[in-house]
Design a protein around this ligand. Structure first.
Ligand code: NDP
Length: 246
């Protein structure tokens, strides 16, 4: 087993980590967890009130003061991400971690009825925005002694499934983007890996499986060891992996 299940075993002291979709679900838990481990967390998401609630909780925990970046990745352009990079370098000097967590489930439907606008939105948020953001943030990532970029996949990003249309295709693209980057940056200060969270108790999961008993699902907190591991120096030699969260 590559990593230890005890979250107390990882420190993120002095690290600056950006989490997308940090207002809810797995991203919220990751932001709280990284902050508790000592990181200064940059909270990016589209609903400011949710980001503010996470900010307050981090400060109340006595963790390093986070930063808030309200941004809708559906409409954001490369220049928004370049501005973000400049702000990060100005305020923090570097970016040690980037967790691409935000994504859109979109509409589950038969292939024949996939809505073209929905296809485009899911690809934009889940693939194109993540590519643009990562490329724009490279100057900040390169200023870190070691930088960890983590993408979020899904079971349907490894094996296609009926009715999961654009979401499934977007997660295959996520795995592909991560593999291309990992191969290219192998041996550099930047490592790139993927987490498949598995079925987890969040609003997105409830939308995809409205009839299931959500109390039987693992919680976001249950899967944090893998997130901490990939952000910490314990994974310095890990690159190009796609891990199932545990
Ligand atoms: P949630 O829908 O609960 O949370 C997603 C977060 O991303 C929300 O905070 C949401 O903001 C934010 N977000 C969505 N669209 C945008 C956008 N356009 N711009 C900025 N932020 C945005 O999802 P989960 O926590 O369940 O999922 C997190 C990741 O894990 C996703 O990549 C998902 O695909 C993946 N995953 C989840 C599984 C599960 O069982 N939960 C299983 C497999 C993979 P807002 O709060 O404003 O809506």
């Amino acid at each position: 087993k590559m990593h230890n299940d005890n979250v107390a075993n990882y420190t993120l002291d002095e690290k600056v980590i950006l989490v997308t979709g940090a207002g809810d679900g797995i991203g919220k838990e990751a932001a709280l967890t990284f902050a508790r481990a000592g990181a200064t967390v940059i909270l990016l998401g589209r609903t400011t009130s949710k980001l503010e609630a996470v900010y307050d909780e981090i400060v109340a925990n006595g963790s390093p003061e986070p930063a808030i970046v309200p941004l809708d990745m559906k409409g954001a352009t490369f220049s928004h991400y370049q501005g973000l990079c400049a702000t990060i370098i100005e305020q923090f000097g570097r970016l040690d971690g980037l967790l691409h967590n935000a994504s859109l489930l979109g509409v589950l439907s038969p292939f024949e009825h996939i809505d073209h606008g929905n296809w485009h939105d899911v690809m934009q948020v889940n693939v194109t925005a993540q590519f643009l953001m990562t490329q724009a943030l490279l100057p900040a990532l390169k200023k870190a002694q070691h930088a960890s970029v983590v993408f979020t996949s899904s079971g349907v990003g490894r094996k296609g499934r009926a009715f999961w249309g654009p979401y499934s295709v977007s997660k295959f693209a996520t795995e592909g983007l991560a593999q291309v980057m990992a191969d290219e940056y192998e041996g550099s200060s930047i490592r790139v890996n993927v987490i498949n969270p598995g079925a987890t108790r969040t609003a997105m999961r409830a939308r995809a499986y409205p009839a299931e008993d959500r109390n039987k699902l693992k919680t976001p907190a249950d899967i944090m060891p893998t997130y901490l591991y990939l952000m910490s120096d314990a994974s310095l030699d890990v690159n190009g992996q796609s891990l199932d969260a545990q």
